[in-house]
Design a protein. Structure first.
Length: 197
C-alpha cells in the first residue's frame, strides 16, 4: 500500500501539475480537497523558501503524514522584484488570475519590451511530521508580454514567455510547460530526493 503524500495546495492546476511530475513514485498523492478541511497557514515569510517550508511542515503536522508544498511567484525586474512572494495576493484577496494579470499589465504599461524581463521562481519543500524539511529551487527566465495569450495553465502563465521560446506558458501543453517551468525544475529535483528515500 503506497504511503500518502499530502500536496499542500488548494489550487487544482498545481495539483494536476504535481501529479504529472511525481507520476510513477510509490506515493498516493492527495490534494487538500481530498482531505478533511483545515485552515491554511499564514504565508508571512519574506522568501519563497520560508513560505514553502512553513506550508510543508504545517500540512504534514495537520495530517500526521508526509507533505509537499511549494511557494512560487513571478519576479519582474522593472517592478523591483515584485510581485514576488506576494504574486498570489498581488491584486488583493478574492482576486482572480485575470485580475492579477490586468494589474501586472497596468504596472508595466510604460515599460518597453527590452525591459520586461522576469523570472518565475519556485521553492519545493518536503516535510515529514518527525524530521527536518528538504527544499529544492527552480527558476525559469523569460519576459512579460503586452497582452495575454493562451488558455492553458493558470496565474500569470498567459503573460510569460520563457527564454528561448515563442509561446507563453499558457500556450504550451502541460507536459511542455513542465519541461521548462520553475515548478518542473524544482519538483524534478525533489522527485530525485524522494526516490532516494
Amino acid at each position: 500500500m503506497p504511503e500518502t503524500l499530502v500536496v499542500g495546495t488548494r489550487n487544482p492546476g498545481k495539483v494536476r501539475e504535481l501529479a504529472l511530475l511525481l507520476e510513477g513514485l510509490p506515493w498516493n498523492l492527495k490534494g487538500l480537497g481530498d482531505l478533511p478541511p483545515v485552515d491554511d497557514p499564514i504565508e508571512d515569510g519574506d522568501t519563497f523558501e520560508a513560505n514553502a517550508i512553513k506550508k510543508a511542515l504545517y500540512f504534514s503536522g495537520c495530517f500526521g503524514m508526509p507533505a509537499v508544498a511549494d511557494d512560487s511567484g513571478l519576479v519582474v525586474d522593472a517592478l523591483d522584484g515584485g510581485p514576488g512572494v506576494h504574486s498570489a495576493r498581488y491584486a488583493g484577496d478574492g482576486a482572480t488570475d485575470a485580475d492579477r494579470n490586468v494589474k501586472l499589465l497596468a504596472a508595466l504599461a510604460n515599460v518597453p519590451e527590452a525591459e520586461r524581463t522576469a523570472r518565475f521562481v519556485c521553492c519545493a519543500a518536503f516535510a515529514r511530521p518527525d524530521g527536518p524539511p528538504h527544499i529544492e529551487m527552480g527558476v525559469t527566465e523569460g519576459h512579460i508580454l503586452f497582452a495575454p495569450r493562451g488558455h492553458d495553465g493558470f496565474g500569470y502563465d498567459p503573460l510569460f514567455v520563457p527564454r528561448g521560446h515563442s509561446l507563453t506558458f499558457a500556450e504550451l501543453s502541460p507536459r511542455e510547460k513542465m519541461a521548462v517551468s520553475h515548478r518542473g525544475k524544482a519538483f524534478r529535483k525533489l522527485r530525485d530526493y524522494l526516490e532516494s528515500l
